[in-house]
Design a protein around this ligand. Structure first.
Ligand code: SF4
Length: 269
């Protein structure tokens, strides 16, 4: 079962249908799902999240049974809900929706889909049986894959259409731990996921990629990314943080303001 709190269109990857889940094995201080975790549980099918009048078109929208279907921001309501939905049921429904609306790519985001690996495999099997030509982008923090390489071997069975977006956050272990992304051991597991996936040819032809949080990178971090990953032909992407008020508060409370680098800091450092 995945905790689904929305389905939306995103412009990443040239247009991608995105399923937002709450499940995660980390608790990063800059995570936008922090507020979403206060949602109430309901049991429902995925159709519950795609109101009839919003099934058409490619507008940017959060499809969720939140009040007014607002984008995720500081104004979420106590009435917002998420649904516990079997992973294979999500795959069937989302493929149907993607086929009807011409989406070439689908991804699960916001949480960590590999937290329950059996759910992930159930999703991928059902996706495989119901997709037409869609690619699937698995966004993961790599902890599970790096700790249990045999699980990455299972994922390699879906390689022709499975891309991995491996979010390492930062190349700096101290920053990683201070940002509450996980323990020092988790950092090592996530880094190990790069080697495991590289051995399984995931990074060939730039299909999968490694991702860092741009706001956390100093010049020396960028140098170490070049040295450790770019030099091996691994494609790198950067993501940025949305500094909502609740995220700023959390960063301040954790006394981590010093970790976030502005563009000017980067230029003059
Ligand atoms: S790994 Fe991703 S989803 Fe999980 S807490 Fe960190 S930022 Fe949020």
């Amino acid at each position: 079962m995945y905790k689904v709190f929305g389905v939306r269109h995103e412009y990443f990857y040239g247009g991608v249908l995105t399923i937002d889940i709450l499940d995660c094995n980390a608790n990063c201080i800059f995570c936008f799902t922090e507020r979403e975790k206060e949602r109430k549980e309901v049991t429902a099918s995925l159709d519950y999240f795609i109101p009839e009048d919003q099934k058409q078109g490619y507008q940017y929208k959060i499809w969720g049974r939140s009040k007014n279907n607002r984008p995720v921001d500081d104004s979420r309501s106590d009435n917002d809900e998420y649904a516990l939905i079997p992973a294979d049921e999500i795959a069937v429904e989302i493929c149907k929706f993607a086929n009807d609306n011409g989406y070439p790519k689908i991804r699960i985001s916001s949480g960590e889909p590999a937290t329950n690996f059996d759910d992930l495999l159930a999703f991928l099997d059902a996706f495989s049986a119901n997709r037409t030509s869609q690619l699937f982008i698995l966004e993961t923090n790599g902890k599970t894959i790096g700790q249990y390489p045999e699980k990455a071997e299972k994922l390699a069975e879906y390689l022709p259409w499975l891309y991995i977006h491996l979010s390492l956050k930062t190349p700096d272990k101290v920053k990683y731990v201070r940002c509450e992304c996980g323990s020092a051991m988790n950092f090592d597991h996530s880094r190990n996921a790069v080697d495991v996936l590289a051995d399984l040819q995931f990074f060939q032809e730039n299909k999968s990629h490694v991702v860092f949080v741009w706001d956390l990178l100093e010049k020396n971090d960028i140098e170490s990314i070049k040295q450790d990953y770019v030099s091996r032909g691994i494609k790198i992407e950067y993501e940025t943080i949305y500094f909502y008020n609740f995220i700023n508060n959390r960063i301040r409370n954790a006394k981590c303001d010093d970790l976030f680098i502005t563009e000017l800091d980067k230029i003059y450092s």
